[in-house]
Design a protein around this ligand. Structure first.
Ligand code: UD1
Ligand code: UDP
Length: 366
């Protein structure tokens, strides 16, 4: 029996790792242990509830306005004790959060093999996104098994000198998750409110967008809903107090904009399905929306998801107010442009990424 410890702590890691946990639970050769760091609290718990998964250990580290250093310190100290107790054969981490980086570092110091899910994403700008580009590069250097979601991610890793036999292309587990969430008959009160309009679904939380860039993003959206009668916006506001504050200040009293609590992932995926376009600085949403044919305007200067740009579903619009305004306006007015961006494309696999990850683990760890 192989002992596998999975560690995650934030909403997106949980959404993409719950399908892998489910797959491991089905396999009698694996003893599956889950430790959550609680880097996020409510936003993490909501995902565990939806997938009906219970953690064996919970470091419960979240603090309001936590710093990168405090998260790193708390995770390293907490995980080290769990590693001592569990002695896993392999530790699985996901993506580029501080939870994933600090966990990998703790494993590396103890010479415990690391499996990195969603390996090889790069912008090649160490400051964007910050600190995620540093985190994912560092994890890839330390990992024994690298699960690249696409060929492009695999090529990035090979270009950095990672041996080919450490890398498996699996697809992205978000497609596995979406197989469980998107429902044709989904409806609720917010969507009924928006049903007479074209819906702009907005999310924003990146550290490099906090403050002035976020204010500019919100002002552009405000101008759009004020100018176009048939446009409404729903914004599930990230629980980061700095995001909440700017959102409330700029968008708090705009009739056609609803600021709501973060949604559970089933609701959010179905909101994407009902939207006209998505405006976001999120990583994961750049994979989800194109998969169901929704154009995404990415409020960042660079992306680690070039597949969506190449296929035409994503457009980088930065954080300049005028540019965001005119990019939304273009999609509202130009049917051809909208049509080009709204043809569903899915470069992220067939929904069996979790199975490939588990099969690879079983082959590699004996
Ligand atoms: C983290 C990740 C980022 C990921 C994002 C997903 C790092 C460095 N950043 O950024 O890569 O894209 O999660 O959302 O790992 N908060 C709550 N309740 C919650 C969640 C957050 O109150 O359930 C508040 C807390 O005040 C917390 C703040 O949000 O201090 C920021 O959380 P943190 O995990 O530090 O940063 P994110 O911007 O969420
Ligand atoms: N998401 C959610 N509820 C929301 C907003 C987003 O469940 O109210 C999901 C979304 O479907 C995606 C993930 O959260 O799977 C993205 O998380 P986030 O944008 O916080 O992080 P990133 O992907 O940028 O790391």
């Amino acid at each position: 029996m192989i002992k596998i410890l999975t560690v995650f702590g934030t909403r997106p890691e949980a959404i993409k790792m719950c399908p892998v946990i489910r797959e491991m639970q089905r396999n009698s050769d694996i003893s599956n242990i889950l430790c959550v760091t609680g880097q996020h609290r409510e936003m993490l718990d909501s995902v565990l509830d939806i997938f009906d998964i219970c953690a064996d250990y919970d470091l419960n580290i979240m603090k309001d306005n936590q710093t990168l250093l405090s998260v790193t310190q708390c995770v390293i100290e907490g995980i080290d004790k769990i590693l001592d107790k569990v002695s896993p054969d392999l530790v699985l981490v996901h993506g580029d959060t501080t939870t994933a980086y600090a966990t990998a570092l703790a494993c590396f110091y103890r010479k415990i093999p690391i499996g990195h899910v969603e390996a090889g994403l790069r912008t090649y700008d160490i400051k964007q996104p910050f600190p995620e580009e540093f985190n994912r590069k560092s994890i890839d250097m330390m990992a024994e098994i690298l699960f690249a979601p696409t060929e492009n991610a695999r090529r990035n890793l090979i270009g950095e000198g990672i041996p080919e036999d450490k890398i498996t292309v699996t697809g992205n587990t978000i497609i596995d998750a979406m197989g469980m969430t998107v429902k044709p008959d989904y409806m609720d009160e917010n969507l009924l409110w928006a049903s007479d309009s074209r819906l702009v679904l907005l999310t924003a939380h990146r550290r490099e967008n906090l403050g002035e860039p976020m204010k500019r993003i919100f002002l552009a959206v405000k101008r759009i809903v004020e100018e176009y009668e048939d446009v409404k916006c729903i914004f599930p506001v990230h629980l980061n107090p700095l995001v909440q504050e700017t959102a409330e200040k700029v968008l708090g009293n705009v009739d056609k904009i609803r600021l709501i609590r973060p949604m559970d992932v089933v609701s959010f995926h179905n909101y994407i399905a009902h939207s006209f376009l998505v405006l976001t600085d999120s990583g994961g949403i750049q994979e989800e929306a194109p998969a169901i044919g929704k154009p995404v305007l990415v409020i960042r200067d660079v992306t680690e998801r070039p597949e969506g740009i190449q296929s035409g579903s994503l457009k980088l619009v930065g954080t300049d107010e005028k540019n965001i305004y005119s990019s939304i306006k273009c999609l509202l007015e130009n049917k051809d442009e909208y049509h080009k961006m709204s043809i569903a494309k899915n470069p992220y696999g067939d929904g069996n990424a979790s199975k490939r990850i588990v099969d690879t683990v079983l082959n590699r760890i004996k």
